[in-house]
Design a protein around this ligand. Structure first.
Ligand code: M6R
Length: 611
């Protein structure tokens, strides 16, 4: 949710920041802006994508050794040039970029208005930079000191980076709740919301902690806490390669990421699954194995696609471990004063590891004494750091806004956790344990086989791309897959789609069914098979169009459905990892056929860092 990039060093800063903004555009893309210092401070901003800003700046002198840049996902104020970042102080000498929300901005704004400040935007960000300016002027202090004082009053989440026309050799940055990575080069520093703008220049990075202020010069990085004590920057080595954040010949990141799944699932299993020897190792949760085994209850908190992975995990963990599991929308869990405390284990599931709703849910459960485990994709993310322990999904950077490979990696890791706990608790037979290890081992190959169906799915997409609504139905393990299929479709094709438990359909949504309505059934062969066959009949009896995802060799459903996609057979516990693949492809192709930017769907952002 908003991407920030900044550079200070010997290079020309503008191309570095512009390229960085393109890499971070998945975080928000309704407007973009850049500030440089070249005989004074210059700020350029434009509504729309980064490419629009680039066109606008073509031919200008953008020479500077310091720059800040921002790509926005609007919170306060509509997307327009005026509301775009960077925002400037009243005297025009300071420019600031910001990711996050200043919750008490209205109160601060009123105080500043009373003191005569004039604002030109509707944003909380402009209020904050004026507030910093006001403190600097009234205390006759440095910008660094003014930031420290200001942040003690600010309520909310932020990463800010400031350039000061009077100090063109220094960037001032601070964070609380939103991510900030600093790349350490030779005589240069790179600041960004994640490592993707940095990786091609340096592998050495510092993850700034909450309540830290960074004073960054070309050849010096000083970190201080909010009480002005020096902190030692902890330099870590990045383990991502440039190829992981480039399209690599695919038309879209989403398609690349769908096709990466055999490898990413393999990576999620690597070093953990040893099916040949019947072994399963999860180093990240080893110390909490007893806590999990003896948990009164497991509560999974997540949002969006990660919440769907949590729903599958509910079925898995209850079946394997006989521990009650609840799956909560993080945003609802936090604000309804839930009954939670010692003895409860929270599993927070998140691709980005920065989702604000999930973070606050974790924080509140932690305060109440629950143990928190994180299942995250982004290493070193806020959710990973807030967890007592956890397991990374190792799916690699996911750039497409619609989550695909992160979902299947989450399913795999949650299954490993369930199996580990079940084996320690003794709630699974050795035979079933071994069978599921074998099944997991075969998953990458079966996913690869499913991807061969791409052309067939594209044909189905072409046939139904003009439908106004879609219904997705599934039962048991495939019910969350139906939800996920519907979410994928609405996100990138803007077609209204609803996911439902197939049996629940007759309690209301069946009223929607007519000959215009495509109904996608996730109907692989499992314990619910006969029941879902009846549900298909019910749709056909009302002239609905049935698209069925079935197990290879199915003899019954193909005779009833209008279109059939056959996927490899798998145990029902791991089948969602396979059955979701055609749904990802279906959404992708419909989005592309309708001419939409599937990597950057309207109104969305990859990492939702506001509540
Ligand atoms: O990074 P997270 O997994 O915490 O993100 C949660 C949701 O915002 C995310 O899954 C969202 O629903 C995706 N756009 C789905 O494709």
């Amino acid at each position: 949710m908003c991407g920030i990039v900044a550079y200070i060093g010997q290079r020309n800063a503008y191309p570095v920041v512009l390229k960085g903004l393109k890499r971070l555009e998945y975080r928000g893309y309704d407007s973009a802006g850049i500030a440089i210092i070249n005989h004074g401070l210059h700020v350029y901003k434009k509504k729309g994508k980064v490419a629009g800003l680039e066109d606008y700046l073509t031919g200008r002198n953008m020479e500077s050794h310091i720059a800040i840049g921002h790509t926005r996902w609007a919170t306060h104020g509509e997307p327009c040039d005026r509301n775009s970042h960077p925002h400037t102080s009243g005297d025009g000498k300071l420019a600031m970029i910001h990711n996050g929300i200043i919750e008490n901005y209205a109160q601060l704004k009123q105080e500043l208005l009373n003191k005569g400040h004039v604002f030109s935007s509707d944003t909380d960000t402009e209020v904050l930079i004026h507030f910093i300016e006001e403190i600097r002027n009234s205390n006759q202090c440095s910008v660094e000191e003014a930031v420290r004082i200001a942040l003690k009053r600010v309520v909310g989440a932020y990463v800010i980076v400031i350039v000061d026309e009077d100090n063109p050799d220094t960037l001032i940055a601070a964070r609380k709740g939103s991510p900030l990575v600093i790349g350490v080069g030779k005589g240069e520093h790179f600041l960004a919301s994640d490592a993707s703008p940095i990786v091609e220049y340096t592998k050495e990075v510092v993850y700034v902690n909450d309540y830290e202020i960074a004073i960054v010069k070309a050849d010096e990085l000083i970190l201080k806490n909010i009480t002005n004590e020096r902190q030692t920057p902890y330099i870590q080595k990045l383990d991502i390669e440039l190829t992981a954040i480039e399209k690599g010949g695919y038309d879209h990141f989403m398609l690349k990421e769908i096709f990466e799944q055999p490898q990413t699932i393999f990576d999620s299993l690597r070093g953990r699954l040893d099916a040949k020897n019947g072994q399963l190792t999860l180093g990240g949760i080893r110390e909490y194995a007893d806590v999990l085994k003896n948990a009164n209850r497991i509560i999974i908190v997540a949002c969006g696609t990660s919440w769907h992975a949590g729903l599958v995990a509910e079925y898995m963990i209850e079946e394997l471990c006989r521990i009650p599991v609840e799956v909560e929308y993080a945003s609802e869990f936090r604000y309804r004063n839930p009954v939670v405390g010692p003895g409860d284990v929270i599993i927070a599931v998140s691709q980005s590891g920065e989702t604000a709703d999930t973070l606050v849910a974790m924080e509140s459960a932690k305060q109440k004494g629950a143990i928190i485990l994180g299942v995250c994709n982004v290493v070193g993310s806020s959710i990973a750091r807030l967890s007592h322990a956890g397991a990374y999904t190792h799916a690699g950077p996911e750039i497409g806004v619609a989550s695909t490979k992160a979902f299947t990696a989450q399913l795999v890791v949650l299954c490993l956790i369930g199996l580990k706990v079940a084996s320690e608790k003794g709630t699974i037979t050795q035979q079933r344990f071994q069978h599921l290890l074998d099944e997991l081992q075969d998953i990458p190959e079966k996913v690869a086989a499913t991807l061969q169906l791409n052309d067939a799915v594209k044909q189905v997409a072409d046939k139904y791309k003009d439908a106004r609504d879609f219904l997705y139905l599934g039962r048991g393990y495939n019910f969350p897959v139906a939800l996920e299929g519907a979410l994928k479709l609405k996100e990138i094709s803007y077609i209204h789609a609803e996911g439902y438990p197939a049996a629940e359909m007759k309690h209301g949504p069946i009223a929607l069914v007519d000959e215009q309505l495509p109904v996608v059934f996730v109907a692989t062969r499992d314990s619910f098979y006969e029941k879902i066959v009846s549900n298909i009949q019910e749709i056909k009896a009302r002239k609905g169009k049935v698209i069925a995802i079935v197990t290879e060799g199915d003899q019954i459903i193909p005779g009833m459905a209008d279109d059939v996609i056959e996927v490899p057979e798998a145990d029902e516990l791991v089948a969602p990892v396979i059955s979701v693949i055609p749904l990802q492809l279906l959404a992708y192709h419909i989005g592309v056929l309708k001419g939409y930017d599937v990597d950057k769907p309207r109104n969305l952002a990859k990492s939702v860092t506001v509540e």
